[in-house]
Design a protein around this ligand. Structure first.
Ligand SMILES: C[S@@+](CC[C@H](N)C(=O)[O-])C[C@H]1O[C@@H](n2cnc3c(N)ncnc32)[C@H](O)[C@@H]1O
Length: 342
């Protein structure tokens, strides 16, 4: 065996801890590679670091160091001629991949995430939202005033929700639903996935005016004719009547009082018997490996919200006019919490 190679079991605990502690360097390198569109640059075949740098407008020797670090993490691979290629992982950083994660990987280390996460100690010590502490206002107010940051965020949501959207459309039986509304639906990728899988259904996309203004996804996915766009503020009202209300990654952005207010506004427009589906990363009651703990810390740094257990979602729904029914797993890191309008 090559002495430079060790198996996971042979790595001493102190090395594991250091590797974990340096995880933020890997995050940033991945994010820079996504921003420089390295996976797109390699789409047609292997290139040297200088060729990548020339296409990306970057510094060759530093691109080499970034590629080498990412190759050690299994993201890219180098051939004997010193040229880099995509791997099964970096294929998902290509912007033309149908399940591209490029937008999400870009956003995770953008300035708006990086600074509040870098000040996580403040949030842990005080319980205060790091984003509010850093930027002086809640994240969605900030995005309303910063179109460039908002565009990165909206692309990230589309990127993450592409895979999750397909998984939700597959996991849930929408066959009885004539109208499906997506509340806080961003640019409409989840709704489009559901409408594509259910050709008889019509959709309503509800979000803030500056967000729905950029909602080009239903057209791209061929469901624009079945999609009505409604703009508004879900703290004021959700003037939308539907058989099923989708809410993906909405309630986790808000504290309990805010969540009850949103869910009550949806309930106010819903007929008895209509359903709400909260698509979230549910926190397991046991400390098993999952993304939910990391997502929860992200919520602590970025919002007034939190990730919740199924019991905590059931409680919020109960307080807002909904009857909790069940949790449905999907082929993604997210689950569906189903409730019925009382
Ligand atoms: C975390 S994103 C989720 C987007 C989308 N559901 C998805 O998962 O891809 C939260 C969404 O809530 C929307 N939102 C935030 N505050 C809102 C408000 N007051 N009224 C309506 N939508 C709002 C945001 O614009 C954003 O699109």
């Amino acid at each position: 065996m090559n002495p430079a190679q060790t198996t996971r079991e042979e790595i001493p605990p102190q090395a594991v801890i250091i590797q974990m502690a340096f995880g933020y360097v890997l995050s940033q390198a991945l994010s820079v590679a996504a921003r420089l569109r390295v996976a797109d640059i390699l789409a047609d075949g292997a290139k040297t670091a200088d060729e990548i740098a020339s296409d990306a407008g970057a510094h060759g020797p530093s691109v080499f160091r970034m590629m080498r670090a990412l190759a050690k993490a299994g993201i890219f691979v180098r051939d004997e001629g010193g040229r880099w290629s995509n791997t099964v992982l970096s294929e998902y950083l290509r912007s033309d991949h149908p399940d591209s994660m490029r937008g999400m990987v870009h956003m995770i280390c953008d300035r708006e995430h990086w600074i509040p996460q870098g000040d996580l100690e403040h949030s842990v010590r005080t319980g205060e939202c790091g984003f509010q502490h850093t930027f002086g206002k809640p994240i969605f107010d900030y995005f309303g005033e910063h179109p460039e940051a908002a565009a990165i965020f909206d692309e990230a949501m589309t990127s993450l929700s592409t895979t999750v959207g397909k998984a939700v459309a597959e996991a849930y039986d929408f066959s009885g639903a004539a109208t499906v509304a997506d509340v806080g639906g961003g640019h409409g990728i989840l709704l489009s996935s559901v409408l594509k899988a259910n050709p008889e259904a019509n959709g309503i996309l509800f979000d803030q005016p500056h967000v729905v203004a950029g909602a080009s996804v239903p057209k791209r996915e061929g469901v624009a004719e079945r999609t009505r766009i409604v703009e508004g503020d879900f703290f004021t009202e959700v003037p939308v009547e539907a058989d099923v209300y989708l809410m993906k990654h909405i309630i986790h952005d808000w504290n309990d009082e805010e969540s009850v207010s949103i869910l009550s506004n949806v309930a106010a427009s819903a007929k008895p018997g209509s359903k709400v589906l909260l698509v979230e990363s549910i926190v397991e009651d046991e400390d098993v490996p999952s993304l939910s703990g990391i997502m929860d810390l992200n919520m602590l740094a970025m919002t007034s919200g939190r990730e919740r257990t199924a019991g905590e979602y059931a409680d919020l729904l109960q307080r807002s006019g909904w009857e909790f029914r069940r949790v449905i797993p999907t082929h993604s890191p997210m689950q569906i919490v189903e409730a019925v309008r009382r």
